[in-house]
Design a protein. Structure first.
Length: 165
């Protein structure tokens, strides 16, 4: 099956969802401090067609793009975000972008470099959400990195404005 064969269904689904005034976004948890679009477009396994797929997703109504450095396609996803926003007449603030810290960057000294690469690849100034892809670090030296140490380094990213959450 061709990877883009799902797009007609996805476009229809997104268009229907966009017409539901109170269902396209929902508060996370008991707080209403922020809202995240309830339907997200995942970019895992998008390779050669990532730019086109992401652009089309935004143009057809998706407002949440979920990506990760581990997918090795964030540059193409970034181009798709730029194209999709332009085609849909939207601004960066109109969409929610999530990305993830991969296991080989859990060392607190590597966390900021990881988000900097993601932001550069996506051609964005900030993310809406940046979280650990998996809480177990992958290290070449076999030393353990406690996930709370990684978390503390990630809190600094929020304070610096590189990610909102």
């Amino acid at each position: 099956m061709h990877l883009l064969s799902f797009l007609p269904f996805a476009a229809t689904f997104a268009a229907v969802a966009a017409k539901q005034p109170s269902q396209d976004q929902t508060p996370l948890g008991p707080s209403t401090l922020f809202q995240i679009p309830i339907i997200g477009f995942g970019t895992w396994n998008l390779k050669d067609n990532a730019t086109e797929a992401v652009s089309h997703a935004i143009h057809t109504g998706y407002r949440h793009i979920d990506c990760a450095a581990a997918y090795s396609n964030e540059k193409a996803v970034g181009r798709g975000i730029s194209e999709g926003l332009k085609e849909a007449g939207l601004s960066r603030e109109d969409i929610w972008v999530t990305s993830k810290l991969w296991n080989d960057h859990h060392d607190p000294s590597k966390v900021e470099a990881a988000i900097d690469k993601t932001l550069s690849d996506l051609n964005l100034d900030y993310l809406d959400l940046y979280h650990m892809h998996w809480p177990v670090a992958e290290t070449s030296k076999g030393n353990e990195i406690y996930f709370l140490d990684t978390w503390e380094a990630m809190v600094q990213l929020v304070q610096s404005g590189k990610t909102r959450r």
